[in-house]
Design a protein around this ligand. Structure first.
Ligand code: UD1
Ligand code: UDP
Length: 405
């Protein structure tokens, strides 16, 4: 308002309005069970910070398995795109997600979009943010198997997110080095540890979960879901695990993924066996208690490969590649492949050889100390408190957005 011709003393009405404290509107995009688990520590930290205003958007790529994790976030979901279809194909899922997320980003106008890992949701979140000229932070960046279609399609997804992201939060030194080797400027890469450890330690401290094991037998926790194993290979793996249960001295607990393809492959082999307990996906408190209670983990899961060593549980990875070789190198996990006889032999050896078991159980956890979200927050805070970071982050400024410039 012009003051020309008016008395010089300012009334309260004329005084410039106090500047509102600036907040960084941060859209966290998640759609599957592991994304909710691994972004929960970041969402909780943002909700407690004065600078960041978290806006949680779920794609609903998963339905029940995502819903049962949302309590970990500590804040409500602003928008749910509810895209899940039975037996969804990657192409249709991707098309729906890029379109839906673009619309949400245009409506919410976030200063920053955060994605996690390598799912279709994460890829589409990063892509839609790029199209809306909004900077992207990638949590769990730099994991690679080096084989473009294994795991399928996650290896491609994470490489593409790596081209788009402005902040690359790498869980280990190895993943950070990988990103630098691919040409990402070192100042955009930060080694943080994996947020899954933050969440696991936080939940175990709550201590409210119940183990799914019921007997005094040796306790084997089994999960399988990877797309590249579905069909005949997964059926053969199921048959091998049935032979493991035939030993009579083990109790296998299988929290079964809701994917129809996984159920069709595993249920005929394992359901009804007296040594196998097939249960619905466990909520995180119960899963953490079950993991803490088990003797041995057999899995093709990414997150469980990270969690098992932090609780001293030997993990046999039922895959031909892993993007988490740190656990294998540390001796906490073994990549046993998908061959039924190899799986049976490796599991038998661990159950029957106390020295081998003790070596793996004592190998330690290379995935972090439970403070990954603190490090992510510290870096984002530092960057967003610098005005130039905000300016270069701003949309609609052609030429200002080049994550690898
Ligand atoms: C997805 C991720 C994978 C991640 C996994 C975690 C991609 C390409 N893959 O794989 O990286 O490891 O999530 O579990 O993003 N379904 C339900 N209810 C649910 C969840 C899924 O019925 O709560 C069904 C869906 O209808 C779908 C099938 O399970 O047909 C598979 O789900 P989808 O998200 O496509 O792939 P995942 O194998 O779960
Ligand atoms: N998990 C869970 N309940 C279950 C099985 C797994 O809470 O019944 C958790 C597990 O602790 C881990 C995450 O889900 O943090 C792993 O999810 P999943 O294996 O589906 O996906 P991935 O990690 O392979 O992407």
């Amino acid at each position: 308002m012009s003051l020309i011709g008016r008395p010089v003393s300012l009334s309260v009405d004329d005084a410039p309005a106090p500047k509102p404290p600036r907040t960084v509107r941060t859209m966290l995009v998640l759609g599957t069970r592991p994304e909710a688990i691994k972004l929960a520590p970041v969402v909780r930290a943002m909700a407690a910070s004065a600078l960041f205003q978290p806006v949680v958007v779920t794609t609903g790529q998963h339905r029940e398995m995502l819903q049962q994790m949302l309590g970990l976030l500590g804040v409500g979901v602003k928008t749910d795109l509810a895209v899940m279809r039975d037996r969804q194909r990657l192409s249709e899922l991707t098309a729906r997600l890029v379109d839906g997320l673009g619309t949400v980003i245009r409506a919410e106008r976030p200063d920053l979009v955060v994605v996690q890992g390598d799912t279709t949701t994460a890829l589409c979140g990063a892509l839609a943010a790029f199209y809306e000229r909004t900077p992207v932070a990638h949590v769990e960046a730099g994991l690679r198997t080096g084989v473009l279609d294994n795991p399928f399609p996650e290896e491609l997804n994470r490489r593409m997110i790596g081209r788009v992201a402005r902040w690359h939060f790498a869980p280990t030194e190895r993943s950070a080095a990988q990103l630098r080797a691919e040409g990402v400027p070192p100042e955009q890469v930060l080694t943080t540890g994996n947020t899954v450890i933050d969440n696991l330690l936080w939940v175990l401290a709550e201590g409210a979960g119940h183990s799914a094991f019921r007997t005094a037998h040796r306790k084997v926790l089994l999960t399988l879901h990877r797309r590249e194993n579905q069909g005949a290979r997964m059926r053969a793996m199921g048959a091998a695990l049935r032979r493991l249960a035939d030993r009579g001295d083990v109790e296998v607990v299988l929290p079964l993924h809701r994917s129809p393809a996984v159920r069709e492959a595993l249920l005929p082999e394992l359901d009804g066996h007296s040594g196998v307990r097939v249960v619905d996906p466990l909520d995180y408190l119960d899963f953490a208690a079950t993991l803490a209670d088990c003797d041995l983990v057999l899995t093709d899961s990414g997150g469980i490969q990270e969690e098992a060593p932090s609780l001293g549980k030997p993990a046999l990875v039922l895959r031909t590649t892993t993007e988490r070789p740190e656990a294998v190198d540390a001796g906490a996990a073994r990549l046993v492949g998908t061959d039924p006889d190899a799986i049976l032999a490796a599991a038998g050896r661990l159950l029957d050889d106390p020295e081998e078991y003790a070596r793996m159980a004592g190998a330690g956890n290379p995935f972090g100390d439970g403070r990954a979200a603190d490090r992510i927050m510290a870096r984002l805070t530092e960057d967003f408190e610098r005005e130039e970071a905000v300016n270069t982050a701003r949309r609609d400024a052609p030429g200002s957005y080049d994550p690898v410039a």
